[in-house]
Design a protein around this ligand. Sequence first.
Ligand code: NAD
Length: 466
Amino acid sequence: MGFFENVNQYFDQAAQFSDLSPGLLEQIKACNSVYRMRFPIKRDNGSIQVIEAYRVQHSHHRLPCKGGIRYSEMVDQDEVMALAALMTYKCALVEVPYGGGKGGVKINPRNFSENELERITRRYTFELVQKNFIGPYSDVPAPDYGTGEREMAWIANTYMVLKQNEPDSYACVTGKPLNLYGVPGRKAATGMGVFFGLRALVDVSEDMKALGLKAGLEGKEVIIQGLGNVGYNTGVFLQNAGAIITGICEFNGAIYNKKGFDIEKVFKEFRETGSLRKIEADKFIEDSSAGLEWPCDILIPAALENQITKENAPRISAKIIAEAANGPVTPDAEKILLSKGILIIPDLYLNAGGVTVSFFEWLRNLNHVAFGRMDKRQEAYQSNSILQLMQKMTGKKIDEKVFTDLTNGPDELDYINGALEETMTRSYHDIRSKSIKSKTSDLRTAAYLLAIERVSEYYTTAGIFP
Ligand code: NAD
């Protein structure tokens, strides 16, 4: 079964709990526009290579469409359609007002020089501009697997050059570097969102008790697959909260240490050498997929889709699977995992931190003003007055550092991280409540159901046909 079919299977499973009409469900599920392109680029050695690429707009119920761009050899139309559909449901779930979109370029970035990657990215952007598949009000890409700030900067610059007179042109893409109209916190946002989501989950004592676990992240044993943007940042936030990173799996090997790893050190070594082999560990194995089967409390797939299938699902021994990647568990595998009592916290919710902070970046680009610029000073004055009054009333002096911190007022990162925390925490409890109310036996079905209902509200309010 293809990835898009997997997503649709999850959709159908959830739709059974709703009383929406079959026609409306069909409309929500349908993939609206697919742009498949081929374009040539010149390699450094003078040869010409034809590149296969896609941009998919799954839903236009809200505009712009939003979704990352993936550079991977595994990219095909089915994958990009599935990822675009997931974006529609994800945005609805965390109440970010976008339709779902996704882009993909079928290359392994490791096989191209930086100059070649720049040529590919600029040419891809040019193709998107020509067909109106990019723009601040139509379709706004972001980073995904194999891309990052560098690629987003090339996209923004290309768009800017082609659309000289558009004052909002920098809102055509998010995940940009800070000095090119990005926002603080975007790079780590998906990982931070995974952390907030997991924290919300493990803080519910009765749910943890059912799994035979204590509430809270402290001491939880965690295995992470994929030490890229999402996996690394998730690991850092979890480690800082007291979780123990006992296993790390990369494409070329996996390591295990009962006492835990220092994720920063492992990340540095992996970036420098491209391997985990030399890290001090209880175990190293070359077949990294077997690392997913090591015992742990929380298994975090943060690499690619279809990592847990009906073949390896019976051997998974984690108590919680936290889907930081998109589509890591197939529907067949999910049935096996749920029957073993494993709790799955689904992708469409858990990795929504990236699009949430992308939304803030887009808003900032359209507003042309940094968050907090208008109210930071006012908030600082208010805190100062309250603290002065407290000192006067109690006769006690407040610690100087605490006083300074509180009277400095929040900075832009505080606003962004606070809004991300609120979004992820609130959304988790929305899903949990939905699951209890609708008697779905798992969180994914509840998450899809909530997303479907939210998208349907647009159609029932606005009318399906223009
Ligand atoms: P990335 O390219 O930064 O990192 C991916 C990492 O996974 C790389 O280190 C790669 O070597 C590793 N990897 C590849 N194949 C592997 C394998 N078989 N086993 C173990 N490791 C393997 O990508 P990313 O941005 O961190 O994205 C990872 C996942 O998170 C993807 O599914 C993506 O769609 C999803 N996601 C990313 C974002 C974002 O903001 N970047 C947002 C939402 C969802």
